[in-house]
Design a protein around this ligand. Structure first.
Ligand SMILES: [Zn+2]
Length: 465
């Protein structure tokens, strides 16, 4: 069964057929690092990482480009407010974005191009548009002429040109041929960064950079373009207009992820409800946060609440608990080569992670039953299967990502100490000194160690609240 994806361009679910067999080119609009990433940004990072992992698990060789808009109005405004250079704002925040993606187990993109490093490519694209009569210079800026593309402009966002409002994207509105024309290039202003072009000094318009960078790394036509639903208009509509008007085929499937609200409200500084990664790290471990962000369907609107995060934490711990117990009983088991059919079918159905997780949890339940029944062959099979499915979602508790995380290097030491205590408890029980046995157990509990008696002897884990 092949992958089917909801394509905003055609407003339908389409069977995914890459331009070139076995290969996928994917572009995702990344950060404008004017501030640290909030959980909405991180959700997007996790969503496209799950898609990337699923494409790779399905046998595709994927080239994944995710850009950084490292110069724009907001970055310049923040820099002016703080009295620091614009690039210090972009660079500092971009580092926090990267750390956040890494911490949540997102694989690095094949290429992470920055707008400021691609001015020559933008100049070429502007020249092609001017030559074809789709762009013009005015008041030091360069604009895209939407009327020259009127038959197509609005196709992605499903609007008609006559219903669109002025863009208001520059202070030079009067110089435009049409108020709906958007800036490809913004003329230099005093105190702002600028680059030299044949049409005067200035800086990139936001939309132009994505067209220039996507085609540089993925070709004139490529497979998948992703981003948040808030980017459909004007950003992606303008990307398509520029690229197609210039003669490029551009993206063939448009994926848009739903946004994330907090307690039913849009995140905003003024409301004071912006949730950042450090806020979540006080409540859950990185793997649990990833589970939470991946668990909803990518197109759904997600509403963050502490209760919803706590539920995801328990759900992840059910997977982790089985994998840990099963490994203790049957030893190391590698992830299976293939995931169960039901899991694959769910993922192929427009990346149906909620259904895929249902299959994963069903297998965990079967695995737990096999553990209880002492059926080690079945435990081995379920463990391999659970690890394979969890791995596709970037959630295999035994993967390097999660076993290397802080504190786990103490595990062998604690293991040895707990083993000594448990031996003494066993000895106390053997001599029917139950008071001492209980006292040892209580002492461990007070230290945050939960002891569980199983048919295979006592095991322990850290108590998590
Ligand atoms: Zn973009």
């Amino acid at each position: 069964m092949s992958l089917r994806l909801y394509d905003t361009g055609s407003r339908s679910v389409r069977t995914f057929e890459p331009l070139e067999e076995g290969r996928v080119g994917m572009y995702v609009c990344g950060a404008t690092p004017q501030a640290s990433p909030h959980i909405g940004h991180l959700r997007s990072g996790v969503i496209y990482d799950v898609l990337l992992r699923w494409l790779r698990a399905s046998g595709y060789e994927v080239t994944f480009a995710r850009n950084v808009t490292d110069v724009d109005d907001k970055i310049i405004a923040v820099a002016a407010e703080r009295g620091v250079p614009w690039f210090a704002v972009a660079e500092g925040n971009q580092r926090v974005f990267t750390q956040g993606y890494d911490l949540l187990g997102c694989l690095p993109p094949t290429i992470e191009p920055r707008a400021t490093g691609h001015v020559p490519e933008m100049i070429v694209l502007i020249r092609r548009l001017i030559e074809k009569g789709h762009a013009y210079t005015a008041a030091g800026d360069v604009y895209f002429d939407v009327k020259s593309w009127a038959d197509h402009y609005g196709e992605l966002s499903n609007q008609r040109l006559e219903n669109m409002r002025p863009t208001g994207d520059t202070p030079n509105e009067d110089a435009k041929r049409d108020p709906r024309d958007f800036a490809l290039w913004k003329g230099a202003k005093p105190g702002e960064p600028s680059w030299e072009t044949p049409w005067g000094d200035g800086r990139p318009g936001w939309h132009l950079e994505c067209s220039a960078m996507a085609t540089k790394y993925l070709g004139a036509a490529f497979d998948i373009h992703g981003g948040g639903v808030d980017l459909i208009f004007p950003h992606h509509e303008n990307e398509i207009a520029q690229s197609r008007a210039a003669g490029d085929g551009f993206a063939r499937y448009w994926l848009h992820n739903g946004l994330l609200t907090v307690d039913g409200e849009k995140m905003s500084k003024s409301v004071g409800n912006v949730v950042l990664l450090p806020d979540l790290l006080g409540k859950a471990r990185p793997a649990e946060i990833r589970y939470y962000l991946a668990s909803a369907h990518y197109r759904s609107l997600m509403d963050y609440t502490d209760a919803a995060l706590a539920e995801a934490v328990s759900a992840y711990q059910r997977i982790e608990g089985f994998v840990t117990r099963a490994s203790e009983v049957v030893g190391a088991v590698e992830p299976a080569d293939a995931v169960p059919e039901a899991f694959a079918a769910a993922m192929n159905d427009d990346l149906g992670v909620p259904q895929a997780l249902a299959t994963l949890h069903e297998t965990v339940r079967e695995g737990n039953s096999a553990l209880a029944a002492g059926d080690e062959d079945a435990v081995r099979g379920h463990l391999a299967s659970v690890r394979a499915m969890a791995g596709v979602l970037g959630l295999d508790p035994l993967s390097e990502q999660w076993t290397q995380s802080g504190g786990d290097d103490l595990r062998p030491v604690v293991d040895a100490l707990v083993a000594v205590a448990l031996e003494q408890r066993q000895a106390a029980r053997a001599r029917k000194d139950y008071a001492s046995a209980d006292a040892i157990r209580d002492g461990l509990t007070a230290a945050g160690i939960v002891v569980e008696d199983t048919p295979h002897g006592a095991r322990w884990e850290l108590k998590r609240d």
